[in-house]
Design a protein around this ligand. Structure first.
Ligand code: NDP
Length: 532
């Protein structure tokens, strides 16, 4: 059997892993179906994936490893003409093939993609770690299983949209089609059923790139839409590997198109008149710009934006468990998660115990090569992100925030920032208010549950929160009052494709995952079919 066996026999060192990857030994775990040699190989350069194959464009940029700054591949910079081509390919695929394909046929394609993702998971995890800097334990053990699960989950919905509760009821869904007396061989789609929206433009960021792609593409395809997706400039490689998987799965050309590029390419996708809906994951600033242009053009849109999630530790909490949850919630992905638990509020009585427990764990974290099995924290994703956190940390110090960083000797090259805790933070300081998408957290204490609710809700965000207490009623009381799309109790950060995820306020709106996530990709019926 081919494939990656992480462990002593396979060689755990990053150099060995990289060599095995370059040599093609890391690949699918079972045989595949043509089109691509077994074993993973990064190409030296990538075109744009339009109409089912890679096509050249006019400009290129380089994507680099944030750990070493070495160039990983040259990637094409999508221009106006390229986005036009991609949207035209998606439109044609939508009208001629995908929107008229029965749900059970769409499900078969999604299942094929899911199986290929599962087979190529070891290779995709390595590419993700190389390109994003996320440690291999995260990409391999958390991201890739979730990516695959999203495709399996949404394959299950593709032929059951009539049962999703959008028209009819689960017990009595309306008929899929109605008889057509004018053209007896051509069944009429039932207008009481939800319909796909058309061509969806999807623009995503650099934190969890392949997972963000799966969150967006799987439901869009399940509901019968076609897609033009623009990955982040600093993390395009897994989206391009996903394009290879679409081709290998025999997905009809144009159903998925991947256009790489920078923010300008993202703008071209989001503003394109041929796009029916924009689905965006990224910063609130860009999200607002997209909302404005989508509203002007009367397009549907959903925004999954940033957050600055709170972790609330009550006086009766299991302090060691809370400290572990806090460290995993923020540092393990170097803070590169919209739901990173970067604001810790701890009850005064246990403040010192919690800070000591968190510091102990921070000191034990190993930062280093993302491909090393022993690495807990990789580099920050890009020089731009490193500059942002460095500037914010300096401003916090100037504002008088006391900070502590774990011992850290960064390599000469790469974008490294030490795991850092800011204590004695005042609410009005920037470090307490702005999104921290980096390996940084702030800690402050609270006296009463009312106070912590007010302080948690005092930001412009509202994505997620954690509550640590042994009292069920207290956790329920807090969860009901926190303005956050997701509240975890005595844990932090668990995700599941069946559970909707999304925020309030400047964390965006619209949900991804579960039945609610389907709604974002469907035109719901205006006509109501009474229960029969
Ligand atoms: P940005 O908003 O800068 O970028 C997101 C995407 O939009 C990238 O592909 C980017 O391209 C593109 N883009 C940039 N400018 C424009 C524009 N004017 N019009 C259209 N597209 C544009 O965010 P970041 O890349 O900094 O992503 C991090 C943010 O994403 C954080 O705020 C994080 O919290 C949030 N996030 C939210 C999640 C959620 O589910 N709520 C999940 C993960 C992250 P390019 O990369 O080339 O600049």
């Amino acid at each position: 059997m081919m494939g990656l066996e992480y462990g002593a026999a396979a060689g755990r060192s990053p150099a060995t892993l990289r060599a095995r990857y370059d040599g093609g030994a890391i690949g699918r775990t079972s045989g595949g179906t043509g089109g691509r040699p077994p074993g993973g190989q990064l190409r030296g350069s990538y075109g744009l994936f339009i109409g089912g194959s890679f096509v050249p464009g006019s400009g290129v940029f380089k994507t680099v490893s944030p750990a070493t700054e070495e160039v990983l591949a040259e990637v094409t910079h999508g221009t106006t003409e390229d986005v036009d081509r991609a949207v035209a390919a998606a439109r044609q695929a939508y009208e001629r093939v995908w929107s008229v394909l029965p749900g059970r046929e769409r499900a078969r394609y999604l299942l094929r993609i899911a199986r290929l993702l599962r087979d190529r998971a070891p290779e995709l995890a390595v590419i993700e770690s190389l390109d994003s800097g996320k440690p291999i334990r995260q990409t391999r053990d958390v991201d890739l299983p979730l990516v695959t699960a999203h495709f399996f989950y949404h394959a299950g919905w593709a032929d059951k949209l009539a049962y999703a509760g959008f028209g009819g009821t689960a017990a009595a869904p309306p008929n899929q089609t109605l008889p057509n007396q004018a053209l007896p061989n051509q069944a009429l789609p039932n207008p009481a059923l939800p319909r796909p929206l058309g061509v969806v433009g999807q623009v995503i960021g650099w934190s969890s790139p392949l997972l963000m792609l799966a969150w967006k593409i799987a439901p869009a395809l399940a509901c019968g839409n076609t897609v033009v997706l623009k990955p982040a400039e600093s993390t395009p490689l897994t989206a391009l590997a996903f394009a290879e998987i679409c081709a290998e799965a025999g997905l009809p050309p144009g159903v998925v198109n991947i256009v790489t590029g920078d923010g300008q390419t993202g703008q071209l996708v989001a503003r394109h008149p041929g796009i029916d809906k924009v689905a965006f994951t990224g910063s609130p600033e860009v999200g607002k710009e997209i909302a404005k242009s989508a509203a002007l053009w009367g397009k549907r849109f959903t925004l999954e934006l940033g957050g600055t999630s709170a972790n609330i530790v009550c006086a009766d909490a299991d302090i060691e468990a809370a400290a572990q949850g806090i460290v995993e919630g923020v540092f393990i992905r170097q803070g590169h998660a919209c739901c990173a638990s970067s604001r810790v509020f701890v009850a005064e009585e246990v403040h010192d115990d919690l800070v000591a427990a968190v510091r102990r764990r921070m000191a034990a974290l190993r930062s280093g090569d993302p491909l090393d099995e022993a690495t807990d924290i990789g580099p920050v994703n890009s020089r731009g992100q490193l500059d942002k956190i460095t500037e914010l940390a300096r401003s916090a110090e100037a504002d008088g925030a006391v900070h502590w960083s774990a011992p850290h000797e960064p390599p000469d090259r790469g974008f490294w920032f030490p795991p850092t805790m800011f204590a004695v933070v005042k609410q009005e300081q920037r470090i307490a208010r702005e999104e921290l998408c980096w390996p940084v957290l702030t800690v402050s204490s609270f006296a009463t549950p009312d106070e912590v609710v007010d302080r948690t809700n005092s930001t412009r965000y509202g994505l997620s929160a954690g509550v640590w207490t042994r009292q069920g009623e207290l956790s329920a009381w807090l969860a009901a009052r926190l303005r956050a799309g997701v509240v975890w109790v005595n844990s932090f950060g668990g995700l599941d494709p069946a559970v909707p995820f999304g925020g309030f306020q400047e964390s965006g709106f619209g949900r991804e995952g579960g039945r609610h996530g389907l709604e974002a990709y469907l035109d719901l019926p205006g006509a109501w079919t009474p229960d029969v």
